[in-house]
Ligand binder design. Structure first.
Ligand SMILES: Nc1nc2c(ncn2[C@@H]2O[C@H](COP(=O)(O)OP(=O)(O)OP(=O)(O)O)[C@@H](O)[C@H]2O)c(=O)[nH]1
Ligand SMILES: [Zn+2]
Length: 203
């Protein structure tokens, strides 16, 4: 298991290259593609591309568990399912560095404490904005919520299109990969699982 998969925060890469080195790498790629990195339209592209990758890989700088630690207890006995659905998800496939675009549903069963709902979306973002495979990302999101909130159960469902499959290679547009991770009561109680699927409109 990689460091990124095993802990909530990826290990800091040893000897991280400088921004200038990253821009030089983009220049090499432009030349390799067959174009001239010095022509007007491409002159600023290495800097722009590195800024774009900075956004797409912003999750390495986030600590998902820290995000989730801002919980509150005043829930007046609320102990039913909390479900944040259709969270837009933008990730990057670790095999091809191609976009993975889709959405996630995150549900949990609070035990005493709840978390601000934006934090659930932030946790999705923190794990998505890294080089990923969907299965690992799904597990990471669920397990971080499980560890920090210690709820009675967590369910994470992700549905996403992988551009490495739609725009290249096997070229299958419209194909989506669906992954899920269930813990606690969502895993053990078929009625609860059925309730979740019913709320989500899944059969
Ligand atoms: N399980 C899983 N596979 C993924 C994910 N993203 C991409 N892949 C697959 O990873 C595999 C990498 O296969 P390789 O044979 O090493 O790469 P490739 O020659 O580019 O393969 P093709 O995509 O089939 O052209 C491909 O089958 C991709 O479809 C993911 O999130 N989960
Ligand atoms: Zn891929």
């Amino acid at each position: 298991m990689s460091a990124a998969a095993g802990s909530s925060v990826a290990a800091a890469p040893q000897g991280r290259p400088s921004r200038a080195e990253a821009e030089a790498a983009v220049r090499v790629l432009l030349r390799w593609a067959g174009d001239d990195p010095d022509r007007e339209g491409l002159r600023d592209t290495p800097a722009r591309a590195v800024r774009a990758y900075e956004e797409w890989f912003a999750g390495y700088r986030d600590d998902p568990e820290e995000i989730l630690r801002r919980t509150f207890a005043e829930v007046d006995g609320y102990d039913e399912m909390v479900l944040l659905r259709d969270i837009r998800l933008e990730s990057v496939c670790e095999h091809h560095m191609a976009p993975i675009i889709g959405s996630a549903h995150v549900a949990y069963l609070p035990e005493r404490r709840v978390v601000g709902i934006s934090k659930l979306a932030r946790v999705v973002e923190a794990f998505a904005r890294r080089l990923q495979i969907q299965e690992r990302m799904t597990v990471q999101i669920a397990d971080a919520i499980d560890r920090v909130l210690q709820p009675r159960g967590v369910a994470v469902l992700v549905r996403a299109e992988h551009q490495c499959m739609t725009t290249r290679g096997v070229h299958k547009p419209g194909v989506a990969l669906i992954t899920s991770r269930m813990t606690g009561a969502f895993r053990d109680d078929p009625a609860l699982r059925a309730e979740l699927m019913a709320v989500l409109g899944c059969r």
